[in-house]
Design a protein around this ligand. Structure first.
Ligand code: FUB
Length: 310
């Protein structure tokens, strides 16, 4: 108990600064950032690459928060594979969304029963947990990954996920069940760009959808091509499309063959979270979360964003 209280109250990772030094977490390797703005703070939910990994050795997730985008508080690890009794590996890229006074964390993990990836959902009363398995089984079980949730203005929630395909399903208001069947978003080159040299994947979409709505426009920011990946985006007039490919955002940089983005507006600024291999010993399986402040173009398009280390 003392340890937990100490962690929550006193752990400020970095001294005050005019802006966040990148990577924002320098004590462990982190990946797959999913930012959430809640009650005047930015919470960043991350995966955790274990030291010395030669593949994705990931068994828990971590949470950090900041009120100024410069000083980050370490909230520890409020969720791990052990949270999901039916999962046995691969604590990969998730997303937290609040609703009904609770916080729902959607994550891809390996289903012990099938040996394939599935999506679980955990719930907590606080953004920092503790989180518990909300349903005791996979919410979606089709072997694909990287869940992300949008709650539209009319209250309809959508769960998006996928690699190699791209899916959505309408979540019920309880956020732990859905109506209808998972639907594939057509991966057309008009919607998701053109990939060459990979007959089974003709578009740029690889994984990591991050869907949000801004000024009436729906955005899907995603990891493009592989490997290595860059970050690109598409837009649509509705949550279900049709999607139009809009171009690259973040080029291939930073020494990790994956990248994974999350975007939020906070205190009048827009912030682009991503990961790279910037820490000592860093690379494709020892990644680090970083953030860049940016400004949307006047027409709502997203400018090129480069990685920085300062
Ligand atoms: O971190 C494991 C996987 O790598 C994620 O699920 C993907 O988005 C990629 O970042």
């Amino acid at each position: 108990v003392l340890c937990t209280v100490g962690l929550l109250l006193t752990t400020v990772l970095f001294p005050s600064a005019a802006r966040a030094d990148n990577p924002i977490v320098q004590t462990i390797y982190t990946a797959d950032p999913a930012p959430l703005v809640h009650n005047g703070r930015v919470y960043v939910y991350t995966g955790h690459d274990e030291d010395g990994s030669t593949y994705f050795t990931m068994r828990d997730w971590h949470v950090y928060s900041s009120s100024d985008m410069a000083n980050w508080t370490d909230h520890g690890s409020p969720m791990s594979l052990a949270t999901f009794a039916w999962a046995d590996a691969n604590a990969w890229a998730g997303h937290v969304t609040p609703r009904n006074g609770r916080f729902y964390w959607y994550v891809p993990v390996r289903d012990r029963a099938t040996g394939s990836m599935a999506i679980g959902v955990a719930v907590a009363d606080s953004p920092t947990g503790p989180f518990r398995d909300a349903i005791g089984r996979p919410l979606v079980n089709n072997g694909e990954i990287d869940p992300n949730v949008l709650i539209d203005d009319n209250g309809q929630a959508y769960l998006y996920w996928g690699n190699p395909r791209l899916w959505y399903v309408r979540l019920n208001t309880d956020m732990i069940s859905y109506s209808g069947s998972p639907t594939q978003i057509p991966l057309t080159t008009a919607g998701y760009g053109t990939r060459t040299g990979n007959a089974s994947r003709p578009t740029l979409f690889e994984e990591a959808p991050w869907v949000f709505k801004r000024n009436g426009l729906y955005y899907n920011v995603f990891a493009a091509e592989c490997c290595s990946e860059f970050i690109a985006y598409s837009t649509a007039p509705s949550a279900t499309g049709p999607w139009t490919y809009r171009g690259a955002i973040m080029p291939r940089q930073g020494g990790s063959f994956t990248n994974h983005a999350g975007i939020v507006d906070f205190n009048g600024g827009s912030y682009f979270f991503y990961h790279n291999g910037a820490l000592p010993g860093g690379g494709g399986f020892t990644r680090s979360v970083a953030v860049e402040k940016f400004t949307y173009n006047a027409d709502g398009t997203i400018p090129t964003i480069n990685m920085t280390t300062a």
